[in-house]
Design a binder for this molecule. Structure first.
Ligand code: SAM
Length: 227
């Protein structure tokens, strides 16, 4: 039976090109590569994990699904999980902070030339991740946002190219901010509520602190209302 993915990982899976040779960094249980190989969307994947416990759980899951000939599980830090001979064409890095994802990409930059697509799902600091992509000759070709268990997840798809991003683009996502999906509006309404509350409890004499929050509130209102 095909392994079922969470809505978040299903959304990531749909963005993996058919026939891609995939590296899933921080694969944990290896659910994403297992599902993609089982469905026939891809034929080969590496599940990379830096921590022994999740690495062993990935090994067990791959073996119990009889996929050891199609999925290599490797104990490795970030992009050290693959070599040029693996001919990896797509990398997924999901479920980590945006700064950690950017750091993983930064540490393995020299290996990225031959990789066509990055699919990145950061749990926070998506602005830092977009800034890294813009500074390292990537362009965002697609973005999506999903909600699961009352959390919001942004997914960024990037390929080699160029882009210039404004401060609004970095924060809200150039494509997400264009489309303004119901999930996007829900996330930013929720953030607006939290920030408005935070603002209301900052003492009036903390001028600099109030200004930082005020600027964020103005930017969110602009993103919510501009269309
Ligand atoms: N990718 C899966 C998902 O989205 O459901 C698992 C996410 S889990 C929260 C993050 C995983 O990334 C952990 O298993 C952690 O050990 C792994 N990880 C963190 N830093 C890593 C690195 N530099 N290289 C490889 N794996 C890493």
């Amino acid at each position: 039976m095909e392994l079922q993915l969470s809505h978040r990982l299903q959304t990531v899976a749909k963005l993996v090109p058919a026939g891609a040779r995939l590296l899933d960094v921080g694969s944990d249980h290896a659910y994403l590569p297992i599902n993609l190989v089982q469905s026939g969307q891809i034929d080969y994947a590496i599940a990379g994990e830096v921590v022994k416990g999740p690495f062993e759980s990935a090994q067990t899951n791959v073996a119990s699904n009889q996929l050891s000939d199609k999925i290599d599980v490797r104990l490795a830090n970030g992009l050290a999980a693959f070599e040029p001979d693996d001919a990896i064409s797509c990398i997924t890095i999901c479920g980590m902070g945006g700064r950690l994802i950017a750091e993983i990409l930064d540490n393995g930059q020299s290996k990225l030339d031959s990789v066509e697509r990055l699919i990145l799902q950061a749990n926070n600091r998506e602005d830092d991740l977009r800034a890294w992509l813009a500074h390292h000759n990537y362009r965002i070709i697609a973005e999506d946002m999903v909600t699961e268990n009352e959390k919001f997840y942004e997914i960024i798809v990037a390929e080699h190219g160029e882009m210039t991003l404004s401060a609004q683009d970095l924060r809200f996502g150039p494509m997400l901010n264009q489309t303004k999906s119901p999930v996007f509006l829900a996330k930013w309404k929720n953030e607006l509520q939290k920030l408005s509350h935070a603002y209301s409890v900052i003492p009036e004499n903390k001028v600099a602190e109030r200004k930082v929050v005020e600027d964020k509130i103005v930017a969110i209102k602009e993103a919510l209302h501009a269309s």
